[in-house]
Design a protein around this ligand. Structure first.
Ligand SMILES: [Zn+2]
Length: 70
């Protein structure tokens, strides 16, 4: 038999315990190449540079569907 709690905790006590459980936002840095915000130690999604070297080619933005080609 595994040990079991004697009685259930009320919702108030459950909530008091969970007040410390929070989601954290990722720290963002300014990209030294294009000055856009990016995650640290991750290739910049805006310019594709990492450590001063272009690692990936960034995706070219497609024109919106609502715009008519001129
Ligand atoms: Zn960049």
């Amino acid at each position: 038999m595994t040990p079991l709690p004697k009685r259930r905790w009320s919702r108030a006590r459950q909530g008091q315990r969970r007040t410390t459980i929070k989601l954290k936002t990722n720290q963002l840095q300014v990209c030294p190449h294009c000055q856009a915000l990016k995650e640290p130690f991750v290739v910049c999604s805006n310019c594709g540079y990492y450590n001063g070297v272009q690692v990936i080619t960034p995706k070219v933005e497609k024109p919106a569907k609502n715009e008519k080609p001129s």
